[in-house]
Design a protein around this ligand. Structure first.
Ligand code: DGY
Length: 320
């Protein structure tokens, strides 16, 4: 008998076909709307595999309902949406999709950094709204990127790729991480610093660390107060790492210069979110890995992980 799988969002046809070859597939057919928790609660009872996205909260209460679940395949590198301890305790394999999204996410992070520093969104709106009367000396002036100091918090794959882009811009690269990366330090002339030192010296502070209980609110009022008045905060990791209330205060008080945000504490945010009212915020809707090629690779890798686990083979990327 084929294993039973639930897919929590409409996927590209070729990915569904690949899974359907080996499994009985049920799927939440919507493209832009997440599956309601109550639906997932019912579905999870008798499935062998779950293919899910970062929008699904796979918590202990949900896992307690699963009678035969063998694998949860998350189509993301981050897996803070899944209760990993509960899955481990129940012997459920959890997989993720690192590697394939590294360069795409580093591209977006650097693009966000440049957009925020050079006020591209504001400048475009200024033009489109008919406000451009004349070229003027200090009009829409931003911060320099070339030769500036970038401080990277976390030094995993995506952070290392970001550092490579920064090197191309002749930036002075600082980083803070749980462990030192000696060969990268040498390759990119990168300097390890403590967090406080990084925050005080950087023109750009980029958050690239996973979201865990240890990194929740890692950047709050105290840390923001260390940053330069001209500094820019970039977050393409997870929203909960930055305290949004404190960030809002720092941005309105102009104690930091601007922020470029791809991620938020609660997603999706509403158009009434306070941070969206600020001119010195560039905000995009969690699109770090959103290139066509990369999203297809992520879906494909998540499908491979799922099928391997269901066939008692080791998936390509196992979290637990
Ligand atoms: C991830 O994979 O964790 C990103 O946030 C989405 O690609």
């Amino acid at each position: 008998m084929k294993p039973t799988v639930y897919i929590t969002r409409k996927l590209p046809d070729e990915i569904i076909a690949k899974v359907e070859k080996h499994c009985d597939v049920r799927m939440w057919e919507e493209m832009d709307k997440p599956v309601p928790y109550e639906v997932l609660e019912k579905e999870i009872e008798y499935i062998d595999g779950l293919f899910c996205l970062l929008t699904e909260s796979v918590d202990k209460a949900l896992l307690d309902k699963a009678k035969q679940l063998k694998v949860i395949s998350n189509m993301a590198v981050g897996y803070n949406n899944i209760d990993i301890d509960a899955a481990k305790e129940k012997g459920i394999t959890v997989t993720n999709t690192p590697g394939v999204l590294t360069e795409t996410t580093a591209d977006l992070t650097f693009a966000l950094l440049m957009t925020t520093a050079r006020r591209l969104v504001e400048a475009s709106d200024f033009l489109k709204n008919g406000k451009w009367q004349s070229w003027s000396p200090m009009q829409l002036t931003g911060q320099d990127i070339y030769g500036a100091t970038i401080g990277i918090i976390g030094m995993g794959r995506i952070a290392a790729s970001l550092a490579k882009r920064a090197k191309g811009f002749d930036m002075n690269i600082l980083y803070y991480n749980r462990s030192r990366k000696f060969s990268l330090e040498k390759e990119l002339s990168m300097q390890y610093t403590e967090l406080e030192d990084l925050l005080k010296r950087s023109d750009f502070v980029c958050i690239m660390t996973p979201y865990t209980p240890d990194t929740k609110n890692m950047i709050a009022a105290k840390e923001l107060a260390f940053m330069k008045k001209t500094a820019i905060l970039i977050n393409t990791a997870r929203g909960g790492i930055v305290n949004e209330e404190d960030l809002y205060k720092a941005l309105t008080a102009k104690s930091i210069w601007a922020a470029g945000l791809d991620v938020f504490e609660e997603e999706p945010i509403s158009i009434y979110h306070r941070l969206l009212t600020l001119d010195n915020v560039v905000a995009v809707p969690h699109i770090g890995s959103a290139s066509i090629k990369t999203r297809l690779k992520m879906a494909e890798l998540a499908a491979d992980n799922l099928l391997l686990a269901l066939h008692n083979q080791t998936p390509k990327h196992v979290v637990v």
